[in-house]
Design a protein around this ligand. Structure first.
Ligand code: CDP
Ligand code: MG
Length: 702
């Protein structure tokens, strides 16, 4: 280790306690413990195979665990508040038990039932939804998919018996399409509300509207249950939620936050990966035992660091304890996620390398040290030029405090911030809600599909700018999803049925005309995982060399297809994947997605045709019908400029098109790091553009 990061102690240490102080001051009242009998009764399980005594012992163990959670003392107050009010806001420190306990309280109190309807708990992230359902099934000693289940995109374990259902916010939005008043639920819990994702924000308005309609119907004597709404948040923004829900009651749960010493770097860090690596080893070699949680912006950074930590850890000598890196990001398969929660083996310190998924939605035990690189990947949209991109962005102060808090869950901890105190002071107070910064086409399409005609007048908690709404309408018009009066077209209705972004849905639907549905389904599935390649940091060149045989001259879309064909030829042979640096796990996930999309297409009567295998042009032309806005044309100086927005973009070095000069390119993703990079790139001809999107290009000169 050549360099040492110098930290300086935070002199505003009083802020460490800010959250717990406030929570303490407004602590909800003590519980009176007479609900135990009912709890046991309601959780009767019909799994006959397992010994009754064993179940009983497990129940007791679980109940003992539950009783120790900070939220348990507020059980009765929470139940009463939900019984007495149409909407309740619950605010509480991460890990206090909001997400796992409140649905169980609701069930135990009889607020939900088979006849009244169940409870839906929304999560912005699928990993969280899956994990939480598993945990609650365990706590209730029931089988996952029985009383407790989850629904996330491409994976559904819920059944008609499920009355506690964890689902992504996107999935609840889709359920509105088939169950307009969400009648299968008695309670909707909008969790992680502080994250203000686009979908949660849309749900706020929709659920509020549904509640009003159900109330009126019930008042008029119709046989409809009134809807209850619970909003849960880990930050101090409760008032805003309460205002939106007509002065809803606010409950504060006191957390257990121990003091956290906070350090800043003395100098700004030019390379956050390097600074992180140095800090990890600095803590490991100098500080007492306790696991480390590192916040990083994305999967790529996490994988790079996992490799580096492993390499350096090998060089540690003597009696020093071992260092075990555990990655954690949304696309990681469940078996590997589990390692994060398992206790470290003897004489080993875990270092968890996570995205902001670990900020509030997932609680990891054993953390004593937090390293915060101060950055997150965020979607950004510039409505003036109509370009959406993933940006590496400084986090907000409120995010920084959440990250810091993760070090003090079980005992006093330490947080190392890889930025200076001056930088911290300049951070925004709160993260700007997604609805104010991303492309709204998908949101507007689902509002339209659920019957909300006038999207400009919709009840938004934070109103998006008029220009971004108009942009979204223009895009949907160009895609053919709405007509010139703004009404949803039959194509738009079909598009809204797919669990995909509008551009992808359009491509799948038009693939029938181009006779290449099977190819398109395969490529869309392969694009749905982060990458199907596996590139160890020490074998980059070798991996690139071996993979040359898959490269298609027309770019990444068809290269992906070549890999899949190769994979099928050897029937998914593990050795073959290793030799060719293919990430077998991600290919398998992609193939599951493929199965689901095939079924979606069958349901929507899209015939499963394939080209004879040589017609690569139709595949690309078909993709262009959805991605005509993600295109750039070659300039005389050799650079590429986007057709929309006239912005210079570079082809990502990982792309099959890297270093190539073709007339035009189409891409799936625009990433901004130091330059604008495009990924998922294929060659196109400018003459294809007006054919792909006649409504869009007819009035524009190319
Ligand atoms: O929602 P909130 O952050 O308030 O807490 P929670 O997700 O309900 O988690 C409460 C506690 O349950 C955590 O502190 C963990 O101890 C435990 N838990 C767990 O062991 N495994 C999970 N998958 C989720 C929670
Ligand atoms: Mg939670």
């Amino acid at each position: 280790m050549k360099r040492v990061v110098d930290f300086q102690e935070d002199d505003t240490a009083a802020q460490d306690l800010k959250f717990s102080d406030l929570a303490e001051a407004t602590k909800i009242k003590e519980r009176s413990s007479n609900k135990k009998q009912k709890f046991n009764k309601n959780n009767s399980n019909n799994n006959n195979k397992v010994d009754r005594a064993q179940i009983k012992a497990k129940r007791k163990e679980m109940l003992d665990f539950r009783k120790k959670l900070p939220i348990y003392s507020g059980r009765d107050a929470i139940i009463k508040a939900i019984q007495d009010n149409p909407a309740v806001i619950v605010m509480g420190e991460t890990g206090s038990g909001k997400t796992t306990q409140i649905p169980q309280f609701i069930k135990e109190a009889g607020i939900i039932s088979d006849t009244l309807g169940g409870v839906a708990i929304t999560q912005p992230r699928r990993v969280a939804a899956v994990n939480l359902a598993k945990r609650v099934a365990e706590e209730t000693v029931t089988k996952l998919g029985g009383q407790v289940g989850y629904t996330v995109r491409f994976d559904d374990t819920s059944s008609p018996h499920t009355i506690i259902k964890y689902l992504t916010d996107g999935m609840l939005l889709r359920e509105v399409l088939s169950d307009e008043l969400l009648l299968r639920y008695k309670v909707i819990v909008l969790d992680e509300a502080h994250e203000r994702t686009l979908r949660t924000d849309m749900l706020f308005g929709m659920v509020k509207n549904i509640q009003r309609i159900r109330h009126e119907k019930a008042k008029n004597g119709e046989n409809v249950e009134e809807l209850k709404i619970v909003v849960m948040s880990a930050t101090l923004d409760a008032e805003k939620f309460s205002e939106f829900f007509d002065g809803a009651k606010i409950l504060y749960v006191s957390g257990r936050l121990h003091p956290v010493d906070t350090f800043f770097t003395q100098e700004p860090q030019a390379d956050y990966l390097d600074a992180t690596l140095v800090s990890i080893f600095q803590i490991h070699t100098k500080n007492p035992h306790g696991d480390i949680l590192v916040f990083l912006p994305g999967q790529e950074a996490i994988e790079t660091l996992t490799g580096l930590v492993n390499d350096y850890a090998k060089q540690l000598r003597g009696k020093q304890q071992r260092l075990l890196p555990c990655p954690l990001f949304a696309a990681l398969p469940p078996s590997q996620q589990q390692r994060v929660f398992d206790p470290a083996p003897a004489n080993t310190r875990k270092v968890i390398l996570a995205t902001n998924i670990a900020e509030t939605s997932i609680t990891i035990p054993g953390i004593k040290y937090v390293i915060d690189c101060g950055l997150a990947k965020m979607r950004g949209f510039n409505p003036k030029i109509g370009v959406e991109s993933l940006l590496l962005h400084p986090i907000s102060k409120s995010s920084a405090w959440q990250r810091t808090g993760r070090a003090g869950r079980e005992r006093a901890g330490v947080c190392y911030r890889l930025y200076t105190e001056d930088t911290f002071r300049e951070l925004e107070d709160d993260t700007v809600p997604e609805i104010r910064r991303c492309n709204l086409a998908a949101a507007v399409l689902s509002l339209k599909a659920s019957g909300i005609e006038n999207i400009l007048e919709f009840d938004y908690m934070d109103r998006p700018s008029r220009i971004s709404l108009v942009r979204a309408l223009e895009e949907l018009y160009a895609l053919g999803a709405i007509d010139d009066t703004g009404t949803l077209s039959p194509l738009g209705r079909k598009m809204s049925e797919f669990p995909l972004d509008p551009a992808f849905s359009k491509v799948l639907i038009t693939s029938a005309e181009y006779g290449c549905t099977m190819e398109v389904i395969a490529i869309v599935s392969l694009l749905s995982v982060d990458t199907i390649f596996f590139t160890p940091s020490d074998k980059r060149e070798q991996a690139a060399e071996v993979r040359k045989k898959f490269l298609h001259p027309d770019g990444d879309h068809l290269t992906l297809l070549n890999v899949l064909k190769g994979y099928w030829e050897v029937k998914g042979d593990v050795e073959w994947c290793k030799e060719n640096f293919i990430n077998i796990r991600n290919v398998k996930i992609a193939l599951e997605v493929r199965e689901q999309l095939v079924r979606f297409c069958e349901r929507l009567e899209i015939p499963p045709q394939a080209t004879c295998g040589t017609e690569t042009e139709s595949v690309l032309k078909c993709f262009l019908t959805g991605f005509f806005q993600n295109t750039a044309l070659l300039q005389p100086d050799g650079s590429y400029k986007t057709v929309v927005g006239n912005q210079t973009v570079k082809i990502h070095p990982g792309s099959a098109m890297f270093g190539k000069r073709v007339e035009g390119i189409m891409y799936n993703e625009l990433v901004f790091t130091t330059k604008h990079y495009v990924r998922g790139v294929s060659a196109i001809q400018s003459a294809w553009l007006p054919l792909a999107a006649p409504k869009y290009f007819n009035n524009k000169a190319l």
